[in-house]
Design a binder for this molecule. Structure first.
Ligand code: NAD
Ligand code: MG
Length: 386
């Protein structure tokens, strides 16, 4: 039986890893929709290669270019945000949500509302609208499978256990490329240094988030929605080798860990084959070669993003959406070399402390807070660079 799958953010790091697995067993899958933001040629090539039913480009100005790139292929072309949402409701049994940032919120939400299985990599949407997304999944009966390696690890360690038996969730963090640097040594970090992660190969935004450790902060909020054991039961532990992807400690003090090579195709395969298993081309773990596993407590002074994310999680309401939006703006500015590395958390803190908004009643409230936080982050940056 073939499964109908769609990939949102197909041209990205997670999207390409997903397609890699699907193409190894092409008979088992029928690709409904592939999407990308602006890379028409990349998207058209992927859509042709897997005979997708449709390809959607987020940027509406690229519609004509996509249509001509797909001429004669039989792949339908579409463009714009509404088309992304429609693609999410086009009948896939399994969808990969791998758009980066809050830009993925509407399509991810639409996929959840459509029912079916949603493999979630797009953590920013869950950070911004966690309660609404979890509700949508309950309402439609959708299955939400975490793809973020830590959350996928926790999901595997939970294996259907009752949350009230969980004493602690231990979210592991590599610590990023600047784990051992002082604040002073972080001041002049360049985008090229920040995106060079020691263990994982990922898109630019999440690589910068790993370097500031905002990624772990976002993952704390993500975990609190996916596994509602209470924030005080979710801890962060730095583990530089990225071999243990996270752990669950039960109330009998038995602790389960999930281990694997740092290759996103492993958690993606777990979500693709769930509740079964599939083969992957990934390197088997060689613990004798690894030799040792190290651990250390996270440092919230050198990495203030951790403190800010916990603050936003405790505040609740729209605070996580505000944190995320300010961070997206700051990371984009850092990547363009408009601000320094340490300015990222400073901008987030400024916006988070000046703007608060209550519990959202729908996605529009989230997107309004997101837009307002982006404007405020822009103003803070103007002052900084003036
Ligand atoms: P990436 O930058 O490599 O790819 C992002 C994808 O989203 C691309 O296909 C791009 O075209 C699309 N996109 C970007 N902006 C868009 C917009 N405004 N509208 C529509 N589409 C848009 O990113 P990535 O590293 O693959 O990460 C994707 C998501 O997965 C992120 O939320 C990230 O946090 C999460 N994630 C990634 C990894 C990883 O190893 N890369 C691991 C865990 C979680
Ligand atoms: Mg992760």
């Amino acid at each position: 039986m073939t499964r109908k799958v769609s990939i949102f953010g197909a041209t990205g790091s997670v999207g390409m890893s997903t397609l890699d697995l699907i193409q190894r067993d092409a008979q088992a899958f029928q690709v409904v929709a592939l999407t990308a933001h602006s890379d028409v040629d990349g998207l058209a090539k992927l859509a042709r290669a897997c005979s997708a039913q449709m390809a959607v480009i987020g940027d509406p100005a690229r519609y004509d270019a996509l249509k001509s790139a797909l001429a004669g292929s039989g792949v339908e072309a579409a463009a714009g945000e509404a088309a992304l949402v429609e693609a999410a409701q086009a009948g896939a049994d399994w969808s990969m949500a791998a758009i980066v940032g809050c830009a993925g919120l509407r399509p991810t939400m639409a996929a959840l509302q459509a029912g079916g299985t949603v493999a979630l990599a797009n953590k920013e949407s869950l950070v911004s609208a966690g309660a609404l997304m979890m509700d949508a999944a309950v309402q439609s009966g959708a299955t939400l499978l975490p793809v973020d390696s830590e959350h996928n690890a926790i999901f595997q360690c939970l294996a259907g256990s009752r949350l009230h038996d969980v004493a602690r969730i231990i979210l592991t963090a590599s610590g990023g490329p600047f784990r051992t640097r002082s604040r002073e040594e972080m001041r002049d970090i360049t985008p090229a240094q920040a995106v060079a992660h020691p263990n994982w190969s990922m898109g630019a935004k999440i690589s910068v988030d790993s370097a500031t450790m905002m990624n772990k902060g976002l993952e704390l909020i993500e975990a609190a929605h996916l596994f509602p054991v209470g924030l005080d039961r979710i801890e962060i532990l730095v583990h530089p080798q990225s071999i243990i992807h996270s752990m669950v400690e039960y109330r009998d003090r038995s602790t389960l860990a999930q281990l694997g090579s740092p290759d996103m195709r492993i958690p993606i395969a777990s979500a693709l084959a769930w509740p079964g298993r599939m083969e992957t081309p990934c390197r088997p773990l060689n613990l004798a070669q690894a030799g040792r596993l190290d651990f250390e407590a996270p440092d919230e002074v050198r990495f203030p993003a951790l403190r800010l994310a916990r603050q936003a999680a405790e505040q609740g309401g729209l605070a996580p959406a505000i944190l995320n939006a300010a961070n997206e703006v700051a990371v984009a500015a850092f990547l363009k070399e408009a601000i320094g590395f340490l300015d990222i958390a400073m901008i987030v803190e400024d916006v988070l402390n000046r703007y608060s908004a209550p519990e959202p009643s729908g996605i529009d409230d989230v997107l309004e807070a997101d837009a307002q936080a982006r404007r405020m982050a822009g103003q803070v940056m103007e002052r900084l660079t003036a």
